[in-house]
Design a protein around this ligand. Structure first.
Ligand code: ATP
Ligand code: MG
Length: 445
């Protein structure tokens, strides 16, 4: 009879383990993003995962998916209402104000980490997911909007996915322009109220712009016929938008102007953009951002222009896998096979000496014993290029065997008799004291 107490416990729905087999993609993506951001002069800010609930209520807008139904909110032990962050911008702005980062200076910041939204889990939509975001403060012009976009374009090219992404841009104008446009939208949608779905009916008066963002296929024709904000923009926003488009044109970054792009959160104004792929089904937006010039003031800071973006790491990793882009291999250079008690002891010390002598060496030492055969299997599975063999005989003679497990990389030379790569895997035995030099000769940097 099975013991109920021993039943395995499963993860929370929509919250995923990121398994070792995918770690290479995550590292490559995260390292590439960090490199690009750093090269553009952005510095990292690390933010708490939990914030006061009020922070999100004040910033995101009451009639948004997140605030209406997606927040993980709980009472702290002293009764304070806290929320697992659903996005990073609000916390970043809070931190920038609180730590005096916005006084008479510009800031280019970035962050990464998990976000939490109680959505219906499906492909590309999880309850814990990772974002990497950038936020800039103190720069009001379209130049910084362009920089954010050009920086992401560079990243996509580095990762080899640029050709799979389309850039959508739009301008949401100023608050006044949106207020005037909002009246027109309400008139239009009210005239077609029978065609509105439940969400849109609720939004009709509270937040009609969000109707444009509806993912409901049945709503798309109605939405396509709605008046467009771009036709009702204020002069300043119109000039800002055309200067942004001019930079993108000059830099050769293609885009589509998408008048229905409104973004899900209330704090956006003027420029908004999304990078979208058709390779991931309905959840095709991998990176989204725009200007949020009013947010700092709304959170109690001095008026400070701001713009940023956030990218969804899971969706990007899936896109890399879908398009067959593979991260650089980080298999071990060598796997040390160890037989016998004396060898086991010597192996640990020898391995440390090798690591001292070759700091970039990736070396796995077999631990936990096993026959030669099973250790060779492990060596092969690890992807190592070479096996190092340390048995009783080698210990007595102060030697070590080197066996090539896969073809030598270009330029990597190993002395005879290991040279004949086309025949059976080459093997040789050398003095342990010569091992560092031998390895330096054959492993790549
Ligand atoms: P969507 O329209 O797809 O719901 P959103 O407007 O809610 O996206 P943002 O708040 O702009 O998304 O978040 C930025 C990016 O984070 C998205 O473009 C997406 O790549 C990713 N993202 C958002 N929500 C999720 C989620 N639940 N699971 C995985 N990734 C997500
Ligand atoms: Mg969403």
């Amino acid at each position: 009879m099975s013991n109920p107490a021993s039943h395995p416990i499963q993860a929370v729905r929509g919250m995923n383990d990121i398994l070792p087999e995918h770690a290479g993609y995550w590292h490559w993506l995260e390292d590439s993003v960090r490199d690009v951001l750093t090269h553009y002069g952005y510095t990292e800010i690390r933010l708490p995962i939990v914030e006061k609930t009020e922070l999100f209520l004040r910033t995101l807008g009451e009639v948004t998916d997140i605030v209406e139904k997606e927040m993980y909110t709980f009472a702290d032990r002293n009764g304070d209402s806290l929320t697992l962050r659903p996005e990073g911008t609000a916390g970043c702005v809070r931190a920038a104000i609180e730590n005096g980062l916005l006084h008479n200076q510009v800031q280019r910041l970035w962050y990464k980490g998990p976000m939490f939204r109680h959505e219906r889990p499906q492909q590309g939509r999880y309850r814990q997911f990772y974002q990497i975001g950038a936020e800039t403060f103190g720069m009001a012009g379209p130049d910084i909007d362009a920089e954010l976009i050009l920086m992401t374009a560079r990243l996509w090219r580095m990762l080899g996915v640029y050709d799979n992404l389309v850039l959508h841009v739009n301008s949401l104008g100023t608050a006044q322009a949106r207020a005037a446009y909002r009246e027109k939208l309400v008139t239009y949608f009210s005239a077609h109220s029978a065609q509105l779905d439940e969400d849109s009916t609720r939004r009709l008066h509270a937040n009609p712009l969000r109707i444009l963002d509806s993912k409901n296929p049945q709503m798309q024709t109605l939405i396509a016929g709605a008046p467009q904000l771009l036709d009702h923009l204020d002069d300043e926003s119109r000039a800002h938008f055309s200067r942004l488009c001019a930079v993108l044109d000059a830099a050769g970054v293609a885009y589509v102007v998408n008048p229905r792009l409104v973004r899900g959160l209330d704090y956006y104004g003027k420029t908004v953009f999304e990078w979208v792929t058709t390779r991931l089904g309905a959840q095709g937006t991998v990176c989204a951002g725009g200007r949020y010039d009013v947010l700092v003031e709304e959170l109690g800071g001095k008026p400070t222009p701001a713009a940023g973006f956030a990218m969804g790491v899971e969706r990007l990793v899936t896109l890399l896998m879908e398009t067959g882009v593979t991260p650089p291999v980080v298999a071990p250079h060598a796997y040390m096979i160890v037989a016998g008690e004396a060898a086991e002891q010597q192996a640990m010390v020898l391995a440390e000496t090798l690591r001292d002598g070759i700091p970039h060496l990736r070396l796995t030492v077999n631990c936990g014993g096993g026959s030669f055969k099973s250790q060779f299997k492990k060596a092969d599975k690890s992807g190592a290029r070479y096996a190092l063999l340390l048995g009783e005989d080698e210990v007595v003679r102060g030697e070590i065997g080197i066996k090539s497990l896969r073809p030598t990389p270009l330029g990597g030379q190993i002395q005879a008799p290991l040279g004949e790569q086309s025949k059976a895997p080459a093997q040789q035995t050398i003095a342990q004291k010569d091992l560092i030099n031998a390895l330096l000769d054959i492993i790549e940097e």
